[in-house]
Design a binder for this molecule. Structure first.
Ligand SMILES: C[S@@+](CC[C@H](N)C(=O)[O-])C[C@H]1O[C@@H](n2cnc3c(N)ncnc32)[C@H](O)[C@@H]1O
Length: 287
C-alpha cells in the first residue's frame, strides 16, 4: 500500500477528463496542505528557480512580482486576490509599502488574512468581493498587484478598467497571469475543457497580443510581458509530482487530489506549449 503511494502519479488520460456541468468556480487549494509544516499560508504556484520547498517558492514569486512592480517605501497598494494575505506582509516588510487595500471573493480567506494582518499590526484593509469591480476610490493607489489571481477574474478586461481607475497618474499595474502561447486565437479544445477545473474562464485564454491590446484599451501604456513558464509551471508540476504521495498520506480524505490535478494541468499545459505563465507590468499615463 505504502509502496503504491510513493510511485509517481500515474498518467491521467486528458481526453477522458470532462468538466463538471457547473459554472461554480472550483474550490481553492488547501493552503495548510500546500504549506506543509510551515506557519505560512501561501496559495500561488511559486517561482521554483532557486527554491526547494513550497513556501520558499511562493515567497520568491511574491518578491519577483513586488520587484517588477517597483514597490517602494510609502506606496499605497491595491492587491487583488489576496488569499490569506501572505504577500501583503512580505511587501510591507521587504519593500516598506505603507498601506494595502485588498480583496478576494473567498470570505474565509479574507477572514484569515484580516486576522493575520491585524496581528502583524499592518495598515491593511481587506474586503470580500469580486476583483473585477472592487469598490476602490479613483486615483487612490500607487500600485495595483495581482499575484497568481488575474486569470480567475471574469472578465479580466473589467479588472483592467478597475485597476486603471484605482491608480494615480503614473501608477503601475503588475500581475502574474496566463496567456495562450500559440499565435492561434482559439485555445486548443482540450485546454478549453480543462480550464474550468483550474478556475480559468475560457474567455481569459487569449494570446499575448490580445492581452496587451486589452491593457491598452483599458488606458494603460508600456505593457511589458516576461515569460516565467519554466520557473513557475514546470517548477510547480515537478514539485507536485514529487509531493503528492506525502500529501495524500497527510490528507487521505481530500485536499491532495486538487494539488495533484493542478500540478498535472500545469505540467501538461507547459509541455504541450498551450500557455505561458507571465509577469506583466503596465503603466497608467501621466494623466
Ligand atoms: C492562486 S490564489 C493566490 C492567493 C495569493 N495571492 C497568494 O499568492 O497566496 C488565487 C486567489 O484569487 C482569488 N480569486 C479567484 N477569483 C476571484 C475573483 N473573481 N475576485 C477576487 N478574488 C478571486 C481566490 O479566492 C484565491 O484566493
Amino acid at each position: 500500500m505504502l509502496n503504491a503511494l510513493v510511485q509517481p502519479l500515474p498518467p491521467i488520460r486528458p481526453d477522458l477528463v470532462v468538466p463538471l456541468p457547473s459554472t461554480r468556480p472550483p474550490p481553492d487549494l488547501d493552503v495548510s496542505l500546500l504549506n506543509g509544516g510551515a506557519a505560512t499560508a501561501w496559495a500561488n504556484l511559486g517561482d521554483w528557480q532557486d527554491a526547494d520547498t513550497y513556501p520558499e517558492a511562493a515567497r520568491h514569486l511574491a518578491l519577483r512580482l513586488g520587484r517588477a512592480a517597483g514597490l517602494g517605501p510609502g506606496h499605497r497598494v491595491l492587491d487583488v486576490g489576496v488569499g490569506h494575505g501572505e504577500q501583503i506582509r512580505l511587501w510591507t516588510e521587504h519593500f516598506g509599502v505603507a498601506s494595502v487595500e485588498g480583496g478576494d471573493r473567498n470570505a474565509e480567506a479574507v477572514r484569515r488574512s484580516r486576522a493575520a494582518l491585524v496581528q502583524a499590526g499592518l495598515d491593511a484593509r481587506v474586503q470580500v468581493g469580486d476583483g473585477v469591480d472592487l469598490p476602490v476610490a479613483g486615483s487612490s493607489v500607487d500600485r495595483v498587484l495581482a499575484l497568481d489571481s488575474a486569470y480567475h477574474l471574469d472578465p479580466r478586461a473589467a479588472f483592467f478598467r478597475t485597476a486603471h481607475h484605482a491608480l494615480r497618474p503614473d501608477g503601475r499595474l503588475a500581475l502574474t497571469d496566463l496567456v495562450l502561447r500559440s499565435s492561434d486565437d482559439a485555445p486548443p479544445p482540450l485546454l478549453r475543457r480543462l480550464a474550468p477545473f483550474l478556475g480559468v474562464p475560457s474567455g481569459n485564454l487569449i494570446t499575448e497580443a490580445d492581452y496587451t491590446r486589452s491593457l491598452l484599451e483599458a488606458g494603460f501604456t508600456e505593457p511589458v510581458v516576461e515569460d516565467l513558464s519554466q520557473d513557475v509551471l514546470a517548477g510547480f508540476a515537478r514539485w507536485a509530482r514529487g509531493a503528492w504521495a506525502g500529501l495524500a498520506l497527510r490528507r487521505p480524505l481530500g485536499g491532495w487530489p486538487a494539488v495533484a490535478l493542478t500540478g498535472w494541468g500545469a505540467g501538461l499545459a507547459h509541455r504541450r506549449g498551450w500557455v505561458s505563465y507571465v509577469l506583466v507590468t503596465a503603466r497608467k499615463g501621466p494623466g
